[in-house]
Design a protein around this ligand. Structure first.
Ligand SMILES: Nc1ncnc2c1ncn2[C@@H]1O[C@H](COP(=O)(O)OP(=O)(O)OP(=O)(O)O)[C@@H](O)[C@H]1O
Ligand SMILES: [Mg+2]
Length: 257
């Protein structure tokens, strides 16, 4: 297996607060990699660093060996990294299909000018985009709601559309930030199955932040635990669950709560 994403001593400071402190980790191609930790541990900040919302205060982030911290933000989408957000990010007044097409169009290479010149290529890309949207609708089993306005759907369905939008760009690395929070048990099980299918059928690499320990333990290949911005443990799910430092971190927050 080869390494797809590597964080090398990455830190992020917000004023006096060190939200991410010297974190190193590596995600291998084809893995389901989970990042867990108590509230405020720095998980979303790690995602924001990988997706270039923030720049690290120090350290390097390598994607396929390339240093992301040296690239301009707009260059990142083209590399094959897509994400969902802890807060739902969909166009509520648009239909499901349009949401997926918007996801695609941010990815299309033909800008308006080149589209006018090379209309043939733009047209081929449009056809390809429509085909891709059909694949995603099929994969996520949302045929019956394809023409519904997203804002009228249940929360679980809206999250599924958001996942579809991330998939529209055929990412090499999919970042999922608390995908199942706010979902009922059935919706959670569906999402867990989709994530497994992404890995097993499409060979996608998934890096997820998740509080649902059932899902983390069930489907992860590797689990990394952070607390107060520092990595405190990593390994296979069962190893991590049995690690006293991890048990302590979770009990500690429960005591404080
Ligand atoms: N943009 C920001 N400016 C200042 N502080 C921030 C910012 N983003 C996050 N923080 C702080 O960094 C720390 C880590 O936050 P982060 O959102 O990464 O935690 P988290 O592990 O995702 O928590 P949760 O499980 O609650 O989502 C927190 O103390 C938070 O208040
Ligand atoms: Mg978070």
């Amino acid at each position: 297996m080869s390494v797809l994403l590597e964080l090398d001593h990455v830190s992020k400071r917000f004023g006096g607060l060190t939200a991410v402190n010297e974190v190193s980790l590596s995600v291998e191609r084809g893995q389901i990699y989970s990042l867990i930790g108590p509230n405020g541990a720095g998980k979303t900040t790690v995602f924001n660093l990988i997706s270039a919302v923030f720049r690290p205060s120090s350290g390097r982030i390598l994607f396929e060996g390339q240093d992301l911290t040296r690239l301009p933000t707009y260059a990142l989408a083209g590399l094959g990294i897509a994400r969902t957000f802890q807060n739902l990010a969909v166009f509520k007044h648009e239909t499901v299909v349009n949401n997926l097409l918007v996801g695609m169009h941010t990815h299309l290479k033909a800008d308006p000018l080149s589209a006018a010149i090379f209309w043939g290529r733009a047209r081929r890309e449009e056809i390809r985009a429509r085909e891709r949207v059909e694949e995603i609708i099929d994969f996520l089993e949302i045929e019956d709601i394809r023409d519904h306005v997203v804002g009228t759907l249940s929360y679980g369905q809206q999250k599924r559309v958001e996942l579809g939008r991330a998939l529209a760009v055929s990412p090499k690395l999919l970042l999922l930030d608390e995908m199942v929070s706010g979902m009922n048990q059935e919706e959670r099980e569906d999402i867990a199955r989709f994530i497994l299918d992404l890995k097993e059928e499409l060979g996608m690499t998934v890096f997820m932040v998740e509080h649902d320990m059932g899902i983390v333990m069930d489907i992860s290949d590797h689990v990394c635990v952070v607390n107060h911005g520092r990595k405190i443990a990593e390994g296979r799910p069962a190893e991590v669950a049995a690690n006293p430092a991890v048990v302590d971190a979770y009990l500690g927050t429960r005591r404080a709560a």
